[in-house]
Design a protein around this ligand. Structure first.
Ligand code: FES
Length: 152
């Protein structure tokens, strides 16, 4: 049964009236029109839908919206600074770390969470963090180069 749910997304409060077991991804995309998070597998396995919930990576396709209620949610859109790409986004642009680009939301959100935990990750740390984010185009070399730029 639908009920009002308060979400704190990218620094703003939103109230949506949806069944509480609706996947957070669908609420973000369909109700809040935040299309950064992508629908890939819908099974929590590919990472395309990744957002941050209280600073940690979360697979929005597999997270009931009720779990995110009153917690801090950040999407790709929330990484922008004054309307310009944030540091992680800019590094991915600089290294042309996209081919089709469908995975990049998840890659960028995962790297953002990694850098918050560990500002100077090694390449092995980056590979470990990204191991469950799938890229079918194979731009992993450029992605790792972007992460290396961000770690000083
Ligand atoms: Fe969520 Fe694949 S769409 S993990």
């Amino acid at each position: 049964v639908a009920r009002p749910i308060t979400l704190h997304v990218n620094g703003r409060d939103h109230v949506v009236t949806v069944p509480p077991d609706t996947a957070l991804l669908h609420v973000l995309r369909n109700d809040l029109h935040l299309n950064g998070p992508k629908f890939g597998c819908g099974l929590g396995q590919c990472g395309a839908c990744t957002v941050l919930v209280d600073g940690m990576e979360a697979r929005a396709c597999a997270l009931p919206v009720r779990i995110a209620e009153r917690r801090s949610v950040v999407t790709l859109e929330g990484l922008a600074v004054a309307g310009r790409p944030g540091a992680v986004q800019q590094a991915f642009i600089d290294h042309q770390a996209a081919q089709c680009g469908y995975c990049l939301n998840g890659m960028i959100m995962t790297v953002t969470a990694l850098l918050r935990r560990n500002p100077h990750p090694s390449e092995a740390d980056a590979r470990e963090a990204l191991r469950y984010n799938l890229c079918r185009c194979g731009t992993h070399v450029e992605i790792l180069a972007a992460v290396a730029d961000l770690t000083g």
